[in-house]
Design a protein around this ligand. Structure first.
Ligand SMILES: Nc1ncnc2c1ncn2[C@@H]1O[C@H](COP(=O)(O)OP(=O)(O)OP(=O)(O)O)[C@@H](O)[C@H]1O
Length: 664
């Protein structure tokens, strides 16, 4: 073969800035590209052999070898795959690879962001020029009587090819690194990059350092066989990662080991989902639900995306449903169109389907667990519920699939569904109704002026109220009242629960959620007769005036009610709407952080069945009444949260004064 020269017909002024900018942050990607080309060459040869076209010796050990030479500043990628004939070098390297480079540059020269090119595929062989001034190829094709070919290019603009000297089938690609890229002749750096991109490639990858001292002469007298075993080099990668196996062939220990090794998380995962499908598209993977140690731990997952066991990137949100990025896992999808921009990927119907499929599989697994392993599901619930709730908020389809499998821990510590709660609440209110119906006449005495309000109330009344606890300690007084009244409530203590209940209310118009301290429910009230109602109304007016004056709180709402529990003198309730509003403001750091909790919407409920309340109603102008009012308010406040320092000082002083009065 005579020497042949050619050039890449592209203006050299635009090419280098673009190549340098291209993947500025991860130009180590050339390692992945050249190793995966070697793997492809081997896979092709294996196929030819299976088809009976190529005749390969049986003891052939297929492998890709990466050899660095720190002295000469080179890195070489060798494979014993198909190799290339001169014609193929012309076609694949001179034409396809170079024209691929040209097309790539034309497409991306105006795109400022590296982020545009997902997975950074498409430049393959040409990526060598990001780190090398000179690249050479030494190749010999598998085909009978093929002649070896030598090819070289300085700078990636011109090439030269002639007959080569390679005597064994396969290809060597040698990069003479440029000054900025000497790091790629360093053993640790190269191993690190191989580890990042090639850990699970389907062909064994070996590493060699051409400058490392040869140790053959050492330990001469060691038992020969043992020595061979000890020193047999080990591949850097695992060619059959767990996700490529059938779920039935994987053991629990293997799943855990894989999790530890890939995610470096030594806490055991709670459980995992093995995705495995061939139709209508190829997709395999394993998703792990990690254990969250404390509620303060931030949840940070990572989903590694692979294409045919070649690592693409972490957390590609176009492919992985956002909420699943809280999990840890791997997804391998060979059919992904990875050489396109992210925005194109976002609008790709196929990619959407993949994402939907993953969502569906996760929902299936969870609902299956709910049905078949309810106990396990309950054990995991506290850990997995943040993922599930976040998923419901983020993904409507997931929410619809999961809606019957969301469980709530109730006052008894049992896990119940929303339907269970509703059923129980309905049958309870049915029992209560029966009691009430004994005195039906009273219900009819409604005045015209309040009828519109009542209509609205009626609509709200059709909803079932789900009471919830956000803080067991803080709300303990209310919890006790609930227990005494035989009412139930559920624990919703995670940050995600506030947005989640809003979501459930939106999806399920029949329920509304109320924090346990939001209202005095009918179950706490004594039966009230017609004339009682009038009296309570009058008392309420009088007490509102009195408390507002004594406490200097112009907007304080006061209500006098007959509560069943006559040991409770006063309670503060905080309307659900204003509390949610305040929570939201606090979350977004908006609005006044002043007297935080009681910035409006709170009602002081005085129990007309309590002697102290009866006393102040009867003795509005008595000398001690203001003191009792203040004390009642503080006591109610205290069961919500600690008093402010000044109020606390006054409370202590006042308590002492009261004791002094007792002593006198
Ligand atoms: N080590 C090799 N052995 C045999 N053929 C090779 C080798 N490296 C590259 N080739 C040939 O050169 C072609 C171009 O390689 P290049 O890496 O640029 O693109 P590609 O591998 O086809 O696609 P990709 O963009 O996904 O990398 C390959 O398709 C292959 O035919």
């Amino acid at each position: 073969m005579s020497t042949e020269r050619g050039n890449l017909s592209i203006n050299s002024e635009n090419i280098f800035p673009i190549i340098k900018k291209w993947l500025y942050s991860d130009h180590d990607i050339f390692v992945r590209e050249l190793i995966s080309n070697g793997c492809d060459a081997i896979t092709k040869l294996k196929k030819l052999e299976i088809m009976g076209e190529a005749d390969i010796p049986e003891d052939t050990h297929y492998k890709v070898v990466v050899t660095i030479n720190p002295e000469e500043k080179t890195i070489c990628f060798s494979d014993n795959g198909v190799g290339m004939t001169a014609e193929e070098v012309k076609e694949y390297i001179n034409q396809i690879a170079f024209s691929g480079a040209k097309k790539f540059i034309e497409t991306y020269k105006d795109k400022a962001s590296d982020d545009q090119i997902i997975g950074h595929f498409g430049l393959g062989f040409y990526s060598a020029f990001m780190v090398a001034d000179k690249v050479t190829i030494n190749t010999l094709s598998w085909q009978k009587d093929a002649a070896p070919v030598y090819w070289e290019s300085e700078g990636g603009l011109e090439y030269e090819m002639r007959e080569g000297s390679r005597s064994e089938r396969g290809t060597d690609i040698t990069l003479h690194l440029n000054e900025d890229s000497y790091e790629f002749s360093n053993e640790y750096r190269v191993k690190e990059v191989i580890n990042k991109y090639c850990s699970f490639m389907p062909v064994e990858i070996y590493f060699e350092n051409a400058n490392a001292p040869k140790e053959k002469e050492k330990d001469k007298d060691k038992d020969k066989d043992k020595k061979a075993e000890d020193e047999a080099p080990k591949p850097l990668n695992d060619t059959t990662p767990l996700w490529t196996k059938h779920p039935n062939d994987c053991t629990e220990e293997e799943y855990k080991k894989f999790y530890r090794e890939v995610f470096h998380d030594y806490k055991e995962p709670l459980f995992w989902i093995h995705l495995n499908m061939d139709y209508p598209f190829n997709l395999k993977g394993i998703l792990y639900f990690p254990k969250i140690n404390t509620e303060y731990d931030s949840i940070e997952g990572v989903i590694k995306l692979y294409s045919n066991q070649v690592f693409i990137a972490d957390n590609i949100k176009e492919v992985t449903p956002e909420f699943l990025m809280l999990l840890k896992g791997v997804i391998d999808c060979p059919d992904l169109p990875l050489n396109v921009s992210r925005s194109a990927l976002q609008n790709d119907g196929f990619v959407r389907k993949i994402s939907d499929y993953i969502t569906k599989k996760v929902a299936d697994k969870l609902s299956g667990m709910y049905k078949v392993e309810r106990e396990n599901y309950e054990n995991f619930w506290d850990d997995i519920s943040p993922f599930i709730k976040f998923g419901c908020l983020k993904d409507d389809k997931f929410s619809d699939k999961m809606k019957d499998f969301i469980i709530y821990k109730n006052l008894e510590g049992k896990y119940i569904t929303l339907d269970d709660y509703i059923e129980a609440a309905k049958s309870k209110s049915f029992d209560d109704k029966k009691e009430e119906d004994k005195s039906t006449d009273e219900g009819k005495e409604k005045t015209d002026s309040s009828s519109t309000e009542d209509d609205q109330e009626l609509k709200e009344d059709e909803k079932v109220t789900v009471y919830y606890i956000t803080d067991e300690k803080q709300q303990s007084q209310y919890i006790n009242m609930f227990k005494e009244a035989g009412l139930d409530a559920v624990y919703l203590t995670h940050n995600i629960d506030q947005p989640f209940i809003t979501h459930v209310e939106y999806k399920n118009q029949k329920v509304r959620f109320m924090r346990i301290d939001a209202d005095i429910t009918d179950s706490f009230r004594d039966e009230t007769k017609k004339k009682d109602k009038k009296l309570l109304k009058n008392n309420t007016e009088a007490m509102t005036k009195l408390f507002r004056k004594v406490l200097g709180k112009e907007k304080l709402e006061v209500k006098v009610e007959k509560l069943k529990n006559d040991k409770v003198s006063s309670v503060i309730t905080l309307s659900e709407e204003s509390r949610r509003m305040q929570d939201m403001m606090r979350m977004y750091n908006m609005g006044a952080m002043d007297d935080s909790m009681f910035a409006g919407g709170e009602t002081l409920v005085l129990n007309a069945n309590h002697k102290l309340v009866q006393y102040i109603i009867a003795n509005e102008n008595s000398e001690h009444t203001p003191m009792i009012c203040e004390q009642l308010y503080d006591l109610a406040y205290l069961s919500h949260k600690p008093l402010e320092p000044e109020a606390m000082t006054r409370f202590i002083q006042r308590s002492n004064e009261i004791m002094l009065l007792l002593a006198q």
